[in-house]
Design a protein around this ligand. Structure first.
Ligand code: PGA
Length: 247
């Protein structure tokens, strides 16, 4: 089964209505490759606004989603709220959630389980720190993080994995296509051995970390890279070129 190319934007904690209007403008103008699935992760407070303005073909994701239906969880966003404003996706376990906010593998696994049970589609993120790569622990770390996610997946058709080496995020230091392809291929083998061959073959694995219009084509050409998760460049018009990387 062919894996549909996928490009996610991760706006992080950036933007205001004025700058978001400009993003909506260039996304609406496109033209966007119809063979690419596009989803933008926007700040929770703007999700309703963005959903109401973007064409339906572009998905809107939350950047986080709590593991309970509702209740006394000040500051959190629920899956039901995400769906209530017409959105379908949640980015989970981004490296900033892990490393700035201290989210554990276990919590991320629980969030994946709950979001899927609630009917959302999820983009769980994994990736090693620079010191882990330098210590030769890239696969050990990525497999551990992937296992915590995989153990909690009830429906793989609603999961898109993002591999984002932490040293490449926001640094301008992209993994080379060879470095990224190597890890992606190892992740796919892990899925084949620990889940099943069909899931390994059909699950999209995105690369993230300083993806730009200048490097997106080389990355997209790698056999196990099925798209990208884009931070900084998703705020700029070049995001359209990244979406169109396989054209
Ligand atoms: P970046 O961020 O493209 O700015 O490196 C990627 C991400 O954090 O998803």
């Amino acid at each position: 089964m062919a894996r549909k190319f996928f490009v996610g934007g991760n706006w992080k904690m950036n933007g205001n209505k004025e700058s978001i209007d400009k993003i909506i403008e260039f996304l609406t103008a496109g033209p966007l490759d119809p063979n690419c699935e596009v989803v933008v992760g926007c700040p929770a407070i703007y999700m309703d606004y963005v959903r109401s303005k973007l064409p339906a073909a572009i998905g809107v994701a939350a950047q986080n989603c709590y593991k309970a239906e509702k209740g006394a969880f000040t500051g959190e966003t629920s899956a039901a709220m995400i769906k209530d404003v017409g959105c379908e996706w949640a980015i989970l376990g981004h490296s900033e959630r892990r490393n700035v906010f201290g989210e554990s593998d276990q919590l991320i696994g629980e969030k994946v389980a709950f979001a899927l049970q609630s009917g959302l589609k999820v983009i769980p993120c994994i990736g090693e720190l620079l010191e882990e790569r330098e210590a030769g622990k890239t696969t050990e770390v990525c497999f551990r993080q992937l296992k915590a996610i995989a153990d909690n997946v009830s429906d793989w058709t609603r999961v898109v994995i993002a591999y984002e080496p932490v040293w490449a995020i926001g640094t301008g230091k992209t993994a080379t296509p060879e470095q990224a392809q190597e890890v992606h291929s190892q992740l796919r083998t892990w899925l084949a051995e620990n889940v099943n061959a069909q899931v390994a073959e059909s699950t999209r694995i995105l690369y993230g970390g300083s993806v730009t219009a200048a490097n997106c084509r080389e990355l997209a050409a790698c056999p196990d890279i099925d798209g990208s998760l884009v931070g900084g460049a998703s705020l700029k018009p070049e995001f359209v070129q990244i979406i169109n990387a396989t054209q």
